[in-house]
Ligand binder design. Structure first.
Ligand code: GLN
Ligand code: ZN
Length: 764
């Protein structure tokens, strides 16, 4: 097989959304889980969605169409099924789909409790995959039923497709060693044998091209990425019977893996030309023998492609690649289906955007422009230029007031605050808290009443005043509960917030909310990220009324509760026309304004949550320092406008700080609450090692499970924590917010937590 004999294609996408344009898959899967529909009905919904996707991609003019991009939960988990690596604990579940869901979500099957596999973020996106487990006894076997069925389905529609699979290097690099096994990547040679069998099988089925995804090659997460890639793809490329091989990479730039791949006998290499440059390609003469699949349309953000810019990237490729295919930079899994559902956007805004369907049209236009010349797509280029010009000129993207305020604060030094020790003294004088003060992370259970009220408000069954009254009652109940439990620092419970980012985005200028812009976060969970399109500012206070109302009900301090700038960026679609650092500073200023207003309203403690601090960490080591610098600066800008006697808390949602540990210390919050219950307080030693000396609340119990921990367990955890942190610095709190839990569990757990704190306090 050579590039000359491989079937030609010119325009494609690397994958597409699968949840359904109206989240049909989510609904069907959840009904299946709760036994409201059976397998046949679920399969029918899925088949319709797959069929529609194939048809739409073909009708739009793509000449190579990905298949096997559908999943009932996650494509990495599908890959684990394909390679036969599901762990032994699910093997007893007879039905294949139930076994798959058992691996994804755990549960009780035939009276046996099955723990799910872990889930974690897919690179630096908000998609989460199910982490494969590779133990000493894991064997690899080929189970191609799904991929073959989806191929047949497409063939029966008369659509020639290109199966997509996760590549062996990426698969093993993202797997977790269990039961004392060595690093999974050590099994690479063995695993490649299974891929060879699969390629042979696909060739037998008449498959022309296969797409093998190796995004891990754009990161620094594997040693010797180049050598591994050369090894694996020389072997697969050397097979006598196989489809043409297209190795797709995305989310960043290939370094030494690019020439390495180019030296192997594969036919096509996919490069991300949105998050990586074209220059690197010029240095690889072997590309003259290859098809370069040029990802010039951003697959993971929602901005319309500047066609002039994209054409300028594509033109030089013609001179250095054997063939050039136009593509999205990655799967459009990460963006909503189509702009068509957005009927409330103003014309300007709409003209700046491209969701999944619009991106496909851009790919097709660019491919035509590339082969037939710019004039062939003159109308498209003109529309693109008009959108670019309108976006540049729109006053909402350039607010002189916001920009000069930031410049001024940055030039005079953002901080009004003294050294940590002075702050501690001032806060203690004001708050007079006991040692080991107890608190919670912010949210209380989002009860059925709260959800119903929100749905009623949306449907117009109740008005804003009625809704507000229900939320106030909820706040009052949560305050009363905390007083009964004798918690020291209270929260209002966040009943009025559907989502910790959306809630603020809705109140800030510079954002808009989509009507139907859903994307898959994990499994059946979808999110609707707000779009940060312009200069951000806060027209009026956002949380002050709730906080002061809650504070009016108690003499104990109530924490004001805000979301930090980095997390707001991480969970939104963010403007791409200026550095993230500049956008972060604008969001930070809006949060700072809110902290100052909360302080003025008498709130003594303010928590600024940054659970996503680690999520935005760049994939390449050389970019990490700069990110950590601006993200820490943004947090400080948002929190350093208050007096020394106002206590700043922050909350982070994970325990393996790794590369961000120093940044967490640099945030210099007075109190940091973190997940720790599952990691046995190791994080405290890590914080000590970087010289962190402020207050810290390592979670004493895991809120991700319904289990109610015993008092003694938490006493043990606190004693363990006291080995690393003196009592004056130690706070007592759960791992995270309580919104996903049930009231009964929460009350019991918190009662035990307060008992534990009092017991350990009396030992001091
Ligand atoms: N304050 C938020 C809550 O308690 C924090 C959530 C989070 O850490 N993701 O829900
Ligand atoms: Zn959390």
């Amino acid at each position: 097989m050579t590039t000359q004999s491989a079937p030609l294609f010119t325009a494609t996408v690397l994958g597409s959304p699968r949840i359904g344009p109206n989240r049909e898959l989510k609904r069907a899967v959840e009904k299946y889980w709760s036994d409201k529909i059976g397998r046949a009905e679920l399969d029918a919904v899925a088949a319709t969605l797959r069929g529609n996707t194939l048809r739409q991609l073909a009708d739009a003019g793509l000449d190579s169409i990905p298949v096997n991009t559908f999943s009932y939960y996650d494509h990495m988990l599908d890959q684990s099924v394909l390679l036969g690596t599901l762990p032994p604990r699910v093997a007893g579940v007879a039905d294949d789909l139930d076994r798959f869901f058992a691996a994804a979500r755990g549960g009780t099957y035939d009276g046996v409790d099955i723990a799910p596999l872990e889930m974690t973020k897919w690179f630096d996106t908000n998609y989460h995959y199910i982490v494969p487990e590779i133990g000493p006894d894991t064997t690899f076997t080929l189970n191609p039923a799904k991929i073959l069925a989806e191929l047949d389905e497409a063939t029966s529609m008369g659509i020639a497709t290109r199966p997509v699979i996760v590549g062996p290097i990426t698969y093993l690099a993202l797997s977790k060693a269990v039961d004392g096994a060595g690093a999974p990547i050590g099994r690479l040679d063995e695993l490649v044998g299974i891929y060879a069998d699969l390629l042979e099988l696909l060739a037998d089925k008449g498959v022309g091209w296969v797409q093998i995804d190796e995004p891990v090659l754009v990161t620094d997460n594997v040693d010797n990425a180049g050598a591994l890639a050369e090894n694996v793809y020389s072997r697969l490329g050397g097979l006598t019977k196989r489809p043409a091989i297209f190795v797709a990479t995305y989310f960043g730039e290939l370094t030494d893996a690019l020439p390495a791949l180019a030296r192997t006998p594969i036919e096509a290499i996919g490069v991300d030309l949105v998050y990586g440059g074209v220059d690197a390609l010029a240095a690889v003469p072997e590309l003259a023998q290859k098809t370069v699949v040029a990802g010039v349309v951003d697959g993971r953000n929602i901005w319309r492609t500047d066609l002039e810019v994209a054409l300028a990237k594509l033109a030089p490729l013609l001179g250095l690649a054997g063939k050039v295919v136009v593509s999205t930079s990655c799967s459009t899994l990460h963006v909503p289906y189509s702009l068509e559902a957005e009927t409330e956007l103003d014309d300007a805004l709409r003209s700046w955007l491209a969701f999944g369907a619009e991106k496909v049209a851009e790919v097709v236009a660019l491919s035509k422009g590339l082969s037939q010349g710019r004039e062939a797509i003159a109308a498209e280029v003109e529309a693109s230029n008009a959108a670019v010009a309108s976006r540049k000129a729109d006053p909402r993207l350039n607010n002189a007031g916001v920009r000069s305020r930031i410049a001024e604060i940055q030039s005079t030094g953002a901080s009004n605050r003294g050294p940590a020790a002075d702050r501690h003294a001032a806060q203690q004088a004001r708050l007079n808290l006991p040692p080991l003060p107890t608190t919670t992370i912010g949210s209380y259970p989002q009860t059925t009443e709260i959800r119903v009220a929100r749905a009623d408000l949306r449907a117009g069954r109740i008005d804003a005043t009625q809704y507000e009254q229900i939320m106030r009652d909820e706040v009052a109940a949560v305050i009363k509960l905390q007083e009964e439990l004798d918690i020291d620092v209270l929260v209002h419970g966040e009943p009025e917030r559907n989502d910790m980012v959306q809630y603020f985005a809705e109140q800030l200028e510079g954002f808009f909310a989509t009507q139907n812009g859903w994307v898959q976060s994990y499994g059946s969970r979808c999110v609707r990220p707000p779009v940060l399109f312009g200069d951000v500012f806060r027209p009026k206070p956002m949380t002050v009324e709730w906080a002061t109302y809650a504070q009016s009900l108690t003499t104990k301090p109530v924490k004001g509760m805000l979301t930090g700038p980095v997390t707001i960026l991480a969970w939104s679609f963010v403007r791409d026309d200026q550095p993230l650092a500049d956008t972060a500073a604008q969001v930070a200023l809006a949060i700072r304004d809110e902290t100052v207003d909360l302080e003025q309203a008498g709130i003594a403690i303010i928590q600024v949550d940054e659970p996503a601090l680690r999520e935005l960490l760049p994939l390449r080591s050389k970019e990490k320092q700069e990110y950590l610098k601006w993200s820490v600066e943004a947090f400080k800008l948002s929190t350093a406008g208050v007096r020394d006697d106002t206590q700043i808390h922050t909350h982070l949602c994970y325990s393996e700080f790794g590369e961000v540990i120093k940044a967490i210390a640099d945030l210099d919050a007075d109190v940091t609450s973190i997940e720790a219950a599952r990691s046995h307080m190791e994080v405290l030693d890590d914080l000590n090692a970087v010289g962190f000396g402020n207050g810290v609340g390592p979670g004493v119990y895991d809120i991700h499970s319904p289990r109610v921990p015993a008092t003694d367990e938490m006493i043990m955890a606190l004693r363990e924590a006291l080995a690393a942190v003196p009592a004056e610095r130690l706070w007592v709190n759960p791992d995270c917010g309580l919104k996903t839990r049930k009231n009964d569990e929460v009350i019991e757990s918190l009662r035990h937590m307060v008992e534990a704190a009092k017991a350990v306090r009396s030992e001091q």
